[in-house]
Design a protein around this ligand. Sequence first.
Ligand code: BYC
Length: 327
Amino acid sequence: MYHVCMTITDPVQTDHEARFDALIDGGHKIEPRDWMPEAYRKTMIRQIAQHAHSEVIGQQPEGNWITRAPTLQRKAILIAKVQDEAGHGLYLYSAAETLGVSRDEMNDLLHRGVQKYSSIFNYPTLSWADMGAIGWLVDGAAITNQVMLTRTSYGPYARAMIRICKEESFHQRQGYEIMLELANGTEEQRDMAQDALDRFWWPSLAMFGPPDADSTHTEQSMAWGIKLETNDELRQKFVDMTVPQARYLGLSVPDPDLVWNDERGHFDFGDIDWDEFWRVVRGDGPCNRERVAHKRKAWDDGAWVREAAAAHAAKRTSDLAGKGTST
Ligand code: BYC
């Protein structure tokens, strides 16, 4: 007896896939109404949620210095910056919601440690100079990645990135300006700036994610146009851009292996401590527990605000409906 082997293909599914592939290959955006492979949807939810959580948790290290900013002007600028980060989180949660996940679900996954946020926000902010280092290095690294993401294949994410990048570039400059002032200040201020650079340099390089060879998602994400440059390419771009800025400040980058390579046209730099990176990502960094506990508490403390807002919205809707039926 012979068995006939044949693959059964669903013509509708094949059509959907062909259209999706054509949109990606043509450099067009995928929109919420479009069919997309389940794995694409899951990857987008994972990345956008992680990005949104980073913006929200990222308020904590800087929020720590609002009450201690050295002048009223610095305090006003820092408040505005931290508020911008909250706004970025909101655009990003909205972008993720277009993929069929709710904000409550994402919050729950963050609180239970299922979804991640950027490793960088698990480091403490020990001095005022850290506000300079975060703006200059952390926002600088974020922009390097996010400028690429303005061209990412998922429409709502790409569009959110355009506004976010404009604000981040202002954040980066305000951080650099703090560093410039400290670097040109008293010896103690210079030391503070150098110490902040020493502590934030390596964690900023790690923000770009593991080396390409160890990156789980890069290959597929490049094929889908989610990523247009790899983790290592972006990291190199950041180093090439930032080292001259550190030299202009008269500060030294804490890397004895840092050297300009004429042949490559790039800086060579030393090895990143990937064991430390993975420890932090897995929840064992200097501030992981504190950050998540603070976030959970804020969520619980805010329950009455969400309830009141929902009750108000429901009342408005029923009032409007009442008016609608009486006219
Ligand atoms: N931290 O395969 P890979 C801001 C995980 S906030 C933690 O290369 P992918 C700001 C990765 O998730 C801006 N985890 O992943 C706010 C994966 O694990 P899972 C933050 C990391 O996704 C306030 C595994 O490692 N920016 O600017 O292809 C104040 C393997 O990695 C990290 C964004 O969120 C990390 N650093 O590439 C100031 C950008 N890196 O999920 C400033 C959006 C990797 O399989 N995200 N992992 O368990 C991305 O562009 C990409 O997700 C990444 C990683 C480049 C970060």
